[in-house]
Unconditional design. Structure first.
Length: 113
């Protein structure tokens, strides 16, 4: 619902049902990954936007999915991470601030139709 409420995404969702978490005994076979790969293999999908938790497990799942989808020649991206609107930069942790710098938006590319 959070993504839907932005009115910025006009695609189809795929719910994995969780993230890879060896500590909790959740592996790739426990998630809806094979059905995602089947959807991509059908040829109708041009881009996958991953919007998983910003944790080690979420990043591991993102990378696993990227590697699974890499042979299909589609765009695989993750949502940007960084400083929230209204936050003070002085209070941002180093990882969040670093990601904000890496995922910065160029003024030339900020206007899209």
């Amino acid at each position: 619902m959070a993504i839907e409420n932005t009115a910025q995404f006009h695609g189809v969702y795929h719910v994995l049902g969780g993230i890879i978490s060896p500590i909790e005994g959740i592996g790739p076979a426990d998630l809806e990954i094979d059905s995602l790969v089947e959807r991509v293999a059908s040829g109708d999908v041009k881009e996958i936007i991953l919007a998983l938790r910003t944790t080690m497990e979420g990043d591991t799942t993102n990378f696993f999915l990227y590697r699974k989808l890499e042979p299909y020649n589609i765009t695989v991206s993750v949502i940007a991470r960084g400083i929230s609107i209204g936050d003070e930069i002085e209070y941002a942790d180093e990882i969040t601030l670093g990601r904000s710098i890496l995922n910065r938006i160029c003024f030339n590319d900020s206007i899209k139709n």
